[in-house]
Design a binder for this molecule. Sequence first.
Ligand code: ZN
Length: 385
Amino acid sequence: MIRSMIAISCAFDSGSIEPLDTADPACLRVALRADSHADIRQWFHFRVSGVRGLACALRFENAGQATYPAGWQDYRVCASYDRNDWFRLPTAFDGSVMTTRFESPHDTIWLAYFEPYPAERHLALLGEAQASGRARVERLGASIEGRDLDMIVVGGPSTIVAGGPAPPRAVWVVARQHPGETMAQWFVEGLLRRLLDRSDPVARAALERAVFHLVPNINPDGAARGNLRTNAAGANLNREWAAPDAQRSPEVLLVRERMIATGVHAFVDAHGDEALPFVFIDGPERVPGFDAAQAARLDAFRRNFRLASPDFQTVHGYRSDKATQANLSLASKWVAHRFGALSVTLEMPFKDNADAPDTRAGWNGARSARLGEAALVALRADLGD
Ligand code: ZN
């Protein structure tokens, strides 16, 4: 029987890998590729073709030189045959090489660092939002490479209740400053779907008190290019908020301008953490001017989030003496400082929630979306009665 040649390729949306050797299915070899304009290696997304029925072992030869090698400890590679259902593969990391194993019943298997959030799904989400009649889609401008930078606005004058509080406050949610952290956009999708649900009383109550500004993907260039952490100028957008630059970080400049126009009552900046297998938030406690009222709001937000989702926890997170203290170039710190807002960095795992592991899927898009739904409960509680 003639068998097709094994091929490893990544010439598609958010694809990234460097194929090294495909001669022997028992020793397929690849290397993690750097971000397009920065020396950062972690994200991968590629297909392996011609492997039906073969017992394959695939080696990431430079895993030990990744930007976050701790990310490979207890990590398992994500895989899919249909690009909808993603599951985890047995994976081992010896400190230098990461090896994963699979035996595919199909000719092609897709592998990724985490369940991707496709560009086409992003466009469909915009369409769904505006066709719902409850949201509008605003193009804030263009990325460095000319991709659309979109914001979805839910609520506004049409939902203001007569005699109710006015003008409505602005809640902001931003995802994918680090474009390879696709769980962040899955989170926004879940939050948005709940906001658009006319039968949901939490959504209705929230929209009576605030207008929601959602930026589902603030780094479309990095996402398309398969970058983990940077845009098409090599900028880490979450270090650009103190002084965004039209050439280096127009994406942040555009969002920040709009935030200044609306004011910010509450802000969630959604991320994924490579190493920690937990969901947690990093607050602005060490931002200059952080006061008792902000502390009380932050504590209540954490409590309410925990009640709304058992996946959220407050035991594990970044240490309180972290070097990023009072670094106002970070989005959530800058927003807390500028607006006195409830302002948090939300971190979800690339691996799994170690408190509630899913052996088949690990942490994934669906769980991130459920977390987004739960976040609305905590945000609504913060908006008050
Ligand atoms: Zn991040």
